[in-house]
Design a binder for this molecule. Structure first.
Ligand code: SF4
Length: 461
């Protein structure tokens, strides 16, 4: 099989990394230019807003495992291929030199055994860094069950590593991925987490010490392949963030590519659930919410009509309205229509004067939403209501328009910093309110790195 054929198979197999912002398109080339259906290069965003491209491939799809939900499972009849280490290196360097890509995302099925697969991945990243002096971004998967030494060594050459837990519960793994017990998945995560901490400590003491996975580790959870509720998924994410110091948990709506009586009879991926989980994940990481506040045993799934923050506020109307001129920062963050940056700006602006609704608007607060939850100098907003049904209707119908820079042009004032940031809270708030049809587009926003490095919007099955 020639390299082109392998590339076709193994880039196609990687397309099920559904959270990649460029995956999932179906538009084909009709005698024109470009083809969104073709896979192999995905795009992600750097923190300065640049769109960067990564070669996204599997090393192999010849899997010895038989995970029920996976298109590459050993019992599935699909074309199979494996790259050699030299082929992956050649593709990466050639594509890089032609300016097609700026980095590599390399995943793999389990070829022969976990250590053999990991050894090949190690060989690739080691040679890229040491022989070919490739300093672009590299993200690889750590293969659960592989020799610890191989994972440790690979971590010295890559920017990011991830281990996909995939199914949120032990029961789910037992039924759908019996060869991958949760313990085996958590072991390398634990190992990577410890090595990252150790490397940071070494770096603090000795500046020249080697970095280990400097862009952190991530994981993926598949949503909808098992009967697990949103609450269990979110609680698992919460535990992963706190126990393994994960950079990101990705949620991937289950794509029904294979039929099996053990799988749910889904016609299409549950994208709305995936979207709600991303919104809630954002609330856990940046808004101080806990999983148990957003969902409960009696209410274990997200409201399809409302984003999780609005849903929480509606269930806690007794806590509102709050006075923006005196409320705690943590409480401001809980108001629908107020994002992290808006809350910070409110705190800063309060130091020099008392705020009015007009000021809030200029700061970037979305009053169509926030108006039901705040007062300014004791006054309520014009559309304020304490009636739950009216507030709910208003939250559902409020459409947030991205702000036009023109609208805040003019003389500089205390509030003119509303213009300053491309990625202001209005975008994150937009993310929390926009319809799920745009989730793919806006998921890319999540991939802005927090440490100045490129992050990948990757998810592997
Ligand atoms: S999920 Fe991974 S390990 Fe399981 S069958 Fe697919 S490629 Fe193999």
């Amino acid at each position: 099989m020639d390299l082109n054929e392998k590339l076709g198979i193994l880039a196609d197999a990687a397309k099920y990394d559904v959270s990649c912002s460029s995956s999932g398109g179906t538009r084909k080339n009709k005698n024109g230019v470009g083809d969104s259906h073709a896979c192999g290069i995905c795009h992600t965003w750097a923190d300065d807003g640049r769109c960067v491209s990564l070669l996204k491939i599997l090393l192999s799809n010849e899997c010895i495992y038989d995970c029920v939900y996976c298109i590459n499972r050993s019992s599935n009849d699909v074309p199979r291929a494996s790259f050699t280490a030299e082929e992956v290196i050649e593709l990466t360097m050639n594509f890089y030199r032609r300016n097609y890509i700026e980095g590599l995302f390399l995943s793999s099925a389990v070829l022969k055994n976990p250590s053999h697969t990991m050894e090949l991945m190690l060989e690739i990243v080691k040679k890229l860094r040491t022989q070919h002096k490739f300093f672009g971004y590299i993200h690889i998967k750590a293969i659960p069950g592989a020799d610890e030494r191989l994972i440790n060594e690979a971590g010295m050459y890559v920017d990011r590593m991830s281990v996909n837990i995939e199914l949120p519960s032990d029961k789910g793994l037992e039924v759908l991925a019996p060869q991958k017990p949760k313990k085996a998945l958590l072991k390398p995560m634990h190992q990577i987490s410890n090595k990252i901490i150790e490397s940071k400590e070494n770096k603090r003491l000795f500046k020249k010490s080697e970095s280990f996975v400097p862009a952190g580790q991530s994981t993926q959870l598949i949503v909808g392949a098992t009967p697990d509720k949103d609450l269990s998924i979110l609680k698992l994410s919460e535990a992963l963030y706190s126990n393994f110091n994960l950079k990101r948990v990705y949620y991937s709506a289950f794509v029904p590519t294979v039929t099996d009586p053990r799988l749910p009879a889904l016609i299409k991926p549950p994208l709305l659930r995936e979207h709600r989980l991303y919104q809630a994940d954002w609330l856990l990481r940046f808004y101080g919410f806990e999983a148990d506040e957003l969902l409960s045993k009696t209410n274990p799934n997200f409201n399809p009509e409302l984003d999780p923050k609005a849903d929480w506020a509606l269930r806690n109307l007794h806590l509102f309205p709050i006075e923006v001129n005196s409320a705690e920062y943590e409480m401001l963050l809980r108001v629908p229509g107020i994002g992290v940056k808006s809350a910070q700006r409110i705190i800063a602006a309060r130091r020099v004067g008392r705020l009015t609704f007009d000021n809030l608007k200029r700061i970037g607060v979305v009053l169509k939403r926030a108006g039901h939850f705040v007062t300014c100098q004791g006054k309520t907003y014009e559309s304020y209501s304490s009636n739950e049904a009216i507030v709910k209707d208003s939250l559902i119908s409020a459409k947030l328009q991205p702000k036009s820079k023109k609208s805040v042009a003019g003389q500089m004032s205390l509030f003119s910093f509303v213009n300053d940031s491309e990625a202001d809270e209005s975008l994150s708030e937009f993310l929390l309110t926009e319809s799920p049809s745009n989730s793919r587009q806006w998921l890319s926003y999540f991939n802005q790195p927090q440490d100045g490095r490129l992050l990948l919007s990757d998810i592997h099955l």
